[in-house]
Design a protein around this ligand. Structure first.
Ligand code: ADP
Ligand code: TRP
Length: 337
């Protein structure tokens, strides 16, 4: 394969509107990686959403919102191929080839599948084979670095296993002895970003109804921040800030010096110490300051959907070309063609 720097790839499932957990745990890393030298593929995993989505209008809206979110936060479609998973049908073909070399046991060990079933989700076959489609997503583009949240790391490892099985079985019939490149997952830096808490202190997740949408603002933002769990202690009472959920949220947005100062005031307590209401006001200001430019950009993009569509179409052309080449290599290696 030609030397073209590292290949970065990630996907995000458009099952709901993106929340702070998705932003700090995944999207921010995706955006940061576009500045690293190499090729960049980022896609909206609409086919994965179909494992649970049953409302076509909602899915369409979520796909649009997801694309708009990435563009609004600064994804540059000139440098990054941003596309819809379903615009590259080669990936679903590749998923079949991988399914044929994947043991049932590998899928049965998937934490994410087991968690969902434990939470009462009635699984369909698509949900069970979800990691195979995800492996096809990764392997189709020769991805080397896959920035994902902690909960997706196991899926990346499964993609390594599937790629290695295929290479082991058929690699000798491929140029250079390999059909697929080995991908590596890349985790967000720091515990807080790997597991952003929700408004109730559990992991933030759309399945738990404890999320804060990245574009929330005004009264609705105030209401959401108001839901962050606190207790009934008075402002004057000295408290350990590291035990307060509110400080996890503040830590996402304040710079180190500012955060240290607020923590100090809470630790000391006494007259003039900030109460929870005060801290929440500071948090809202910080969210507004951090996200205001992206909010404005989102409004512009929603008013010019043709621009969004053009970016997605351009991304799909680049992505399809790469996926086609990989699929042809895989077909030839296993004896089809
Ligand atoms: P949800 O849990 O809301 O269904 P997804 O499973 O669709 O979110 O996750 C999309 C991406 O965002 C994944 O890469 C995941 O690791 C990341 N992510 C989701 N929730 C969090 C969180 N609370 N903290 C950090 N990263 C998260
Ligand atoms: N499963 C990922 C999520 O829930 C989305 C995804 C699909 C993905 N295919 C991928 C992530 C390939 C990285 C690489 O967010």
């Amino acid at each position: 394969m030609a030397n073209r720097g590292k290949t970065f790839l990630s996907g995000i499932q458009p099952t709901g509107l993106l929340h702070l957990g998705n932003y700090f745990g995944a999207m921010r890393q995706h955006l940061a990686s576009q500045d690293e030298e190499g090729e960049h593929f980022y896609f909206i995993a609409d086919l994965h959403s179909l494992t649970t989505s049953r409302d076509p209008d909602e899915l369409r809206t979520n796909v649009l919102e997801c694309a708009v979110s990435y563009l609004a936060f600064g994804l540059d479609p000139e440098r990054v191929a941003l596309f819809r998973q379903s615009d590259v049908p080669e990936v679903t073909e590749l998923a079949w080839l991988l399914a044929c070399v994947t043991g049932m046991g590998l899928l049965e060990r998937a934490h994410s599948y087991k968690d969902k079933v434990a939470h009462g989700v009635k699984p369909n076959v698509g949900l069970f084979t979800y990691p195979i489609l995800m492996a096809a997503d990764i392997l189709a583009y020769d991805a080397e670095i896959v920035p994902v949240g902690k909960d997706q790391q196991q899926h990346v490892e499964m993609a390594q296993d599937m790629g290695a099985s295929f290479n082991h079985l058929f690699g000798e019939h491929a140029p250079g002895g390999e059909v697929f490149v080995r991908p590596e997952g890349r985790q967000p830096p720091g515990e807080l970003f790997a597991r952003v808490p929700g408004l109730d202190g559990e992991k933030m997740s759309k399945s738990y109804g404890n999320t804060l949408w990245i574009f929330e603002q005004g009264k609705r933002l105030k209401k959401a921040v108001g839901r962050i769990t606190t207790d009934s202690r008075a402002p004057e009472e000295p408290k350990d800030p590291d035990e307060l959920l509110l400080f996890d949220f503040l830590a996402l947005f304040l710079d180190a010096a500012d955060l240290a100062e607020w923590k100090d005031r809470v630790r000391k307590g006494g007259e003039g110490a900030p109460g929870y209401g005060h801290l929440k006001v500071r948090l809202i200001e910080a969210i507004d300051a951090a996200f205001a430019p992206a909010r404005a950009r989102r409004e512009e993009l929603l008013a010019d959907r043709a621009e969004v569509e053009r970016a997605l179409e351009r991304g799909a052309v680049v992505a399809r070309e790469r996926a086609r080449a990989t699929l042809d290599r895989a077909y030839r290696a296993c004896g089809i063609r």
